[in-house]
Design a protein. Sequence first.
Length: 302
Amino acid sequence: MRAEHPKLEAGLAALGIDVRSGTSLSELTSLGIGGTTDLLRITKHDSIPELIGLLEHHDIPYKFLGGGSNLLVGDGELPWVILQLAKPDPEIVLEGNFAHVDAAADLGRTVTFCAKHDLGGMEGLIGVPGTVGGALRMKAGAYGMQIGSYVREVKLYRAAERKIEILKGNQISFEYRHTSFGPDDMMLAVTLELPSKPFKEILQGIRICNEKRRSSQPLGQKSAGCIFKNPPGASAGRMIDELGLKGLSVGDAKVSDRHANFFVNAGQASAKDMLALISDVRGRVENAFGVKLENEVVVWNA
Ligand code: EPU
């Protein structure tokens, strides 16, 4: 999809939108899969309601992209433009035990930045790829730690109301890999309240989590993290592994040899390959265990 109408281009320029024509989503996603479209980078949160109005006026469909680390995008010319927050400077402002963080900030860098200022609690999230906004959306959690526990305030664009709102932590429900945000809401910024902890102690926690992750997950390969959510009381990875499916592939889309709930792009995998692999594995798990695995990976297919 191209944002090419002269009036639209003038409107985007007036809103300070940085347009990158013909961007390949394979470069913006950790799976390295995805077709081409125009990327619109937002430099000012306040421009979003007007931007959405402008796109709708010109019949241009759009999608919000975070860090692209939990996403499988379709192949070819994509039927929507992509909106993404540009990173502000600074991304994080500390005030006592509160960290005010822009949604575009990298989650790992946020954890280490806070750690260096003796603010802990998020050690388990250290290896979770993606942005703080993406982590909020997905209610990222690992090693018994959930970002939701520390959220005191979220600034977001509410798609249904077409306006920017601030929600208090107690107005948001955080469930496993799911939050009460609407599907088109866009996270803009968050205030976290973090416990004080000496840097050395936090670093020890970070090292332990890094080690656990390195030993069980294929970190050096292109993936979207876990493909399926864990069903209640069970592990999708263990079930897939028990069926002997590590290494199963469709084209270059492959079930990781290291962790069976990670599917990797071992070369030039297409979205079609990856979707076929997901569907094949889901079917086999359902036949063997009677459990229909739900996607954790978000699929944007045309
Ligand atoms: N297991 C196997 N074979 C495998 C993978 C796992 O037998 O191929 C076994 C492990 O040995 C372990 C159990 O399954 O006994 C659970 O495995 P693991 O500790 O790796 O946890 P998980 O349930 O597979 C979840 C999250 C991960 C998160 C880890 C650590 C989901 C879907 N996955 O994985 O999150 O990093 O716990 O907290 O909730 C993600 O969401 O993208 C993700 C990577």
